[in-house]
Ligand binder design. Structure first.
Ligand SMILES: Nc1nc2c(ncn2[C@@H]2O[C@H](COP(=O)(O)OP(=O)(O)OP(=O)(O)O)[C@@H](O)[C@H]2O)c(=O)[nH]1
Ligand SMILES: [Mg+2]
Length: 246
């Protein structure tokens, strides 16, 4: 740790990412050497946790939070955020392990939050000018664009990639949330977090990224995750328009 302390904690949830995890750790630390990285692994049968444990033994910027079984992306991030808040990191970052999120955009995203006190969240966005997707099957692109258009309309929120999982939060904004009440499992976790930042009156900026489909390993996306997100977004939309604001 430098005298100034680490700039950020990059939280990376993993489930069966043995082929990807080493590369993502190298890419993150290459792009932001002053950051720390916490991998939250859910007892991956493919030994992802063992790989991270070995890397962590060599580099004190790398940490492993090993959980016993597949408990879902949302709870993995909440566990990682709590770990980071307890240790006083000023910024908390969300990033997938599958290589979809370009680590070289982290400096721009971190800058967007650090350079303006009013900004509480920077989203690495596929669906703003300058953003793009590479090698993504058409059905995934249609699903993501459709879900985001629907969410923007129903929630009345000006974010173009509200399901994105590549994010930099000001830690104080996460600290101000009641993390106990987050029970979203899939993509709607990202929507939930966005609404919670919005409810604090914080500004959200979108930094364009080039998103790549995963090359190794298999997707954990499921029909259930899509249905959960649709139902939740619709429910939150009604609440925001007609009643309780989140
Ligand atoms: N700890 C933990 N990590 C998970 C869980 N489910 C998914 N992940 C990780 O969360 C990240 C995103 O999952 P992906 O399977 O890539 O989901 P996705 O990006 O929506 O799907 P693709 O676009 O097909 O890759 C990856 O790093 C996964 O390994 C889980 O239950 N627990
Ligand atoms: Mg992915």
């Amino acid at each position: 740790m430098t005298t100034q302390g680490p700039t950020a904690l990059v939280v990376v949830p993993t489930y069966d990412e043995a082929e990807n995890v080493r590369g993502i750790i190298e890419a993150v630390l290459g792009a932001v050497p002053a950051a720390h990285l916490l991998v939250v692994d859910d007892g991956s049968p493919d030994g992802t946790g063992d790989i991270v444990r070995a890397v962590a033994a060599e580099d004190d910027r790398v940490h492993l939070l090993q959980r016993s079984g597949k408990l879902g992306l949302g709870t993995a991030y909440v566990a990682g955020f709590r770990w980071g808040l307890e240790r006083g990191y000023p910024l908390l970052v969300e990033m997938d392990a599958d290589g979809s999120h370009p680590a070289d955009r982290l400096p721009a995203m971190i800058d967007a939050v650090r350079s303006d006190d009013g900004v509480l969240l920077a989203i690495g966005s596929r669906w703003v000018a300058g953003g793009s997707v590479v090698d993504w099957p058409l059905r995934r692109e249609v699903l993501s664009r459709g879900a985001n258009t629907y969410a923007r309309f129903v929630l009345g929120i000006g974010v173009h990639d509200v399901t994105a999982g590549f994010r930099v939060y000001r830690a104080s904004a996460v600290a101000a949330m009641d993390l106990d009440t987050i029970d979203s499992k899939g993509y709607c976790f990202q929507v939930d977090m966005t609404l919670r930042v919005d409810a604090q009156g914080g500004r959200i900026v979108e930094v364009p990224i080039r998103f790549r489909d995963r090359v190794h390993g298999v997707s954990k996306m499921s029909g259930g995750i899509v249905v959960e997100a649709m139902l939740r977004v619709t429910q939150w939309g009604f609440q925001r328009r007609f009643g309780r604001r989140r």
